[in-house]
Every structure is written in C-alpha cells, then in structure tokens.
Design a protein around this ligand. Structure first.
Ligand code: F6P
Length: 552
C-alpha cells in the first residue's frame, strides 16, 4: 500500500490525537511529582542540560511522538539533508548549511561534488582578508586603518549575524579582540536606519560589507547605493574599491554594482538565507570585528550539534526532542505560539533571529507535495530576555493564554558582578528568576492556597494561577563563541525536525514574494506620479486614496 501523503492520515498521528484527553486529565503539578518521569525527561550533551519535564507530556507521549517521527521518516529525511539531496524541491536545491561548519577533511556532496573544499576556500579567504584589515595592512583610500564596519543586508543576511554579534559583544575573549572596533548593521530601507548607521562614523575609516544572497533585494541594494554615495562623496568614486566588499551567491551582479569580484566572498544556492549565518554572510563581518579564530570557535560549536543531531538516538537528541515537542504543542495541544526566553541579555537578538528561521521556514499551508494541509503548521515565535519580559508580557503567559516557553539559562555570566556585602550577586538574581518561572507556570496557585493566606475572597479569582502551563529549560555551561554556535544549530535543526514531521518544505519562502511584487507596482506608480505627474490608477479605492494623499 502506498504511504499516505499527509502525516495527519497516519496511525501515529491519530494515536496522538486520541492521547490528548488522557494527558489533559493530569495537571503538571501531578506530573512533576513523578520523579522517575522527570528523570527520564532530561538530556545532557556536552555540558548542556535540557529539561523538558514541564511539558504536558508523559513518557507515553514521547513514545508516541517517536512513532510519529518514524511514520514521517524523520531519520531518512535528516540523512537526505546531510547527503545533499535536493530536499528543497520547489527550488530544486540541496540544503547544506551543515557543510558550512564541517571540518576541512569532511566530505559533503551536492550534485556529486564535495562542497567542503569550496567552503574552506572562502573561509581561508575571509581569514586572510580580515587579518589584513584588522592589522592595518589593508587600508582605506586615504591610508587610514578601517576600524569600523557596516554590514548591509536584510532578513537572513542580517538577523543571524546580528544575533551572534550581540552575543559575542560582552564575551570576554571576543570583546578583547574587538577593542577599538565597531560593527553595525544596516537593514531597513527606512532612511532613519542609514542615518543612524553612518552617524558618528568617518568614511575614511569605514568598510562597508554588502551582504545579499541574490544581490537583488530592493532594500539592500538601495542601502548599498546610499553608502556607496556616502563614500564617493567624501573620498571620490575610486575609494569604493577600498571601502566596499560583498558577500553573495551572485558574483556577476556584485561586479556590475562596482565592487571588485576579488573583494567578493561567495556562498552557494544550497545555503538558505536564514541558514546562512555560518557562511561568509556572518563569518566575514564577525571575523572583521572579532578575528577569525573566535568565529572558528563559533563554527565548531555549531558543528558539534550537527554531529549530535546526525548521530544521537532520538531519545538523547536535543534538536529532535525539541522539534517533536513543538509538534506536540502546536498540532495536538493546540498552542500555536512559543516564547523564547533567554535569561541572558547577550541573547537579546536570539528570538528575532529564530523568528525568521522558524516562521519563514515552517509558515506553510501545503505539504511538500503541494497538498493543502488539514492542520496548521508553523508556530508563532516571539521572545525577550528575562527578566525584562517578566515585566512585560509574562502576565499573559501566567494568567491569559497558554504559551509554551523555552527558558534558556547560562550557568556562568559573561560579565559577573558581585555586589559587596550582598549575599546574592547579579547573576544569581537573574538565575533565581530562571529557575522560579517554570515552576510558577507549571504549578500555579490554587484558590485554596490563597484562602490559607487570608487573601480577601473578592481577590481570589484575580490572584489564582491555573498553572499547567508548559515550558522547557535549556541550561548552558557558559555563553562562549562555541556555545553560541551550539545554540544556533540546535534551533536550526529543531525547525527542520518540525518541518520534516509536518511534511512541508521548510527551505523555501514563496510567501514573501507577493508583497514584494505589489511593492514594485506601487514604486513604479510613485515614480510616475512624482516625475511625470501621472495620476494614481490601477489600485483599489483604499490604496488609491492613501497613495493620492501620500503624494500630496
Ligand atoms: O524576503 C525574504 C528573503 O528572501 C529572505 O529569505 C532572505 O534572507 C532575505 O530576503 C534577504 O535576501 P538576500 O540575501 O538575497 O538579499
């Protein structure tokens, strides 16, 4: 018998549907009192600890999820990804971001060709170039050292590098190597972003890195032209050769833009934009700021998870467990959102990056075969570092909607502060919250407890916490370049696991196209109206009225 096209038609999916009521009957308070269950719901890898005992799940749920993984051919799909098969079928491409951080002697093939030597050619070129810039042997047009870098790019050509940069900024070893240097990111086409980026910078000492996989993205190209003008106006057009370099898969367009192809750093169509932080997209700007050896540690961290994901059995496999639990929460318990809550200010750009990785990957309405899904795939991701989020949206998480939370904690602060005479230092204070919040969500507070505390009756409904709200905790030993790479890869693979189980293509993004083409139509109209005074036409009443008002 041919296998069913949709995962929701399989027996394991139906078994999980049937299992939901059973799980819902038991409050997390009771589940947490089963020590054996809790013990079975922790996994350790490389000094990091995942505790998923506060999920609304029993060991039976996990077994049923493994059966679902089997029905979805999860292992085979992971293998197909690592083997370079064209699993991004709508774009006919391999999906090989794991090759970006593979060791030099690894063999990973796409279309019959080992891509690892190409990866290392670019890494070697970045190492050499970044060392020249940092040491001052590559100087600007007026002979000054280029100490500041503006990385121009958007989406996947921006969010990942920004996350890693923000996480490294306060890491002691990395920050030591960045002394006296600045790295900024220009993404938005809003002229405010360009103005903020160049504010306080001197073109004579600034290097611009234009990052775009396609080298056609409207925002990036406009921002790149703006900065080219900024440099040319100050130093003359010939200065562009010394002050602008590029990262792209489209080297002919790089050259056409006026950047010397020798100063272009390639990557390949088998790297999806949102999975490109380990390519030159992230490695070049980060190496310019922190030096290549730091970035190499970051790549090694990601690589350690790639190996773990590929080879660990599913019950010990962190990305697999995380992905399956997300599927359980979204598709069976009916929780469409997830909060990413790092108790580390250095990870403040982690949630924005994962938003793109997850929502652009899995926000799909049809299966990989093009069949409309009878269930909702994808999840709504958002987040803020703790404890800031606690003073913002946690109210909703505690007493409003149920939103599964990822608590990410770090055992050792990057920047420990010990207050003299205080028992609790700043990091302990932060981590007290990291440990307390998951239990507050799981256990809640009952009306009986409130009565015993003599809470006035009229306040009891307001002060009651229902509890039974799922979370998981990921505890990292420290936040180094290495563990930042690990965190990145865990979440990248988690997203892939979700998509593989849902049976969708997590590696295309057709959903961003329609808005782009409509914007082109509007842009043409704006030009025609401004330059030739042409009236607004071809739009509906609403858009016509707003455009006319805007043009006035
Ligand atoms: O608009 C979506 C997108 O295509 C992302 O997938 C991508 O990361 C981003 O635009 C930027 O694309 P590029 O790197 O080609 O400029």
């Amino acid at each position: 018998m041919a296998s069913p096209a949709l995962i929701s038609e399989t027996q394991p999916w139906k078994d999980l549907k049937g299992h939901v009521e059973e799980v819902k009957r038991t409050h997390l308070r009771e589940l947490m009192s089963d020590t054996e269950r809790c013990r079975s719901m922790t996994v350790e890898f490389d000094d990091m600890l995942l505790d998923y005992s506060r999920q609304r799940a029993t060991p039976d749920t996990i077994d049923k999820l493994f059966a679902l993984a089997e029905a979805a051919s999860l292992k085979q799909k992971i293998d197909r990804m690592y083997n370079g098969e064209h699993i991004n079928s709508t774009e006919n491409r391999s999906v090989l971001h794991v090759a970006l951080r593979a060791p030099r002697d690894a063999v990973i093939c796409s279309d019959g060709k080992n891509v690892v030597p190409d990866v290392w050619n670019v890494l070697d070129k970045i190492k050499e170039f970044s060392e020249r810039v940092r040491s001052g042997s590559w100087v600007g047009a007026t002979g000054k050292v280029l100490k500041d870098v503006i990385s121009v790019g958007i989406g996947g050509s921006f969010l990942g590098p920004l996350f890693v940069h923000t996480a490294l900024q306060t890491e002691p070893e990395a920050s030591e190597h960045a002394r006296g240097r600045q790295l900024r990111f220009l993404a938005n086409v809003d002229p405010i972003d360009a103005a903020r980026n160049i504010s306080g910078l001197d073109p004579e000492t600034t290097l611009v890195v234009v990052v775009s996989k396609t080298f056609t993205t409207a925002e990036t190209m406009l921002n790149a032209r703006t900065l080219r003008e900024w440099i040319s106006a100050a130093l003359g057009p010939s200065a562009v050769a010394k002050h602008m370099v590029a990262v792209s898969t489209n080297l002919p367009l790089v050259e056409k833009f006026g950047i010397d192809p020798n100063n272009a750093f390639a990557f390949w169509d088998w790297v999806g934009g949102r999975y490109s932080v380990c390519s030159a997209v992230g490695v070049l700007p980060l190496s310019l700021q922190y030096g290549f050896p730091i970035v190499e540690k970051f790549l090694k961290g990601a690589q350690s998870i790639d190996q773990h994901f590929y080879s660990a059995p599913f019950d010990k496999n962190i990305p697999v467990l995380l992905g399956l639990l997300s599927v359980w929460n979204v598709s069976f318990l009916g929780y469409p959102a997830r909060a990413i809550l790092p108790y580390s200010q250095a990870l403040e750009k982690f949630a924005p990056h994962i938003q793109q990785v997850s929502m652009e990957s899995n926000g799909k309405g049809v299966s990989i075969e093009g069949v409309p899904l009878p269930f909702e795939a994808g999840e709504i991701d958002f987040g803020e570092p703790g404890t800031n989020g606690q003073h913002s949206f946690y109210q909703l998480i505690h007493q409003g909607r149920v939103i599964p939370c990822d608590f990410i904690g770090v055992m050792k602060s990057q920047q420990p502060v010990y207050l003299k005479g205080e028992v609790v230092n700043n990091h302990d204070e932060l981590m007290s919250n990291f440990f307390a919040q998951p239990d507050a969500l799981a256990y809640g507070k009952t009306p009986e407890q409130l009565q015993r505390e003599n809470v006035p009756p009229h306040l009891i409904p307001h002060k009651t916490f229902t509890g039974d709200r799922p979370s998981l905790s990921l505890l990292l030993p420290s936040l180094t370049a290495y563990s930042i790479g690990q965190l990145l890869a865990i979440y990248e693979h988690r997203v892939a696991v979700q998509g593989f189980v849902w049976g969708i293509n997590s590696f295309d993004q057709w959903g961003v196209e329609l808005g782009k083409s409509l914007a082109t139509q509007v842009r043409k109209q704006l030009n025609a109206s401004r330059v030739k005074g042409e009236p607004v036409e071809g739009f509906n009443y609403s858009t016509t009225t707003m455009l006319t008002r805007y043009l006035e």
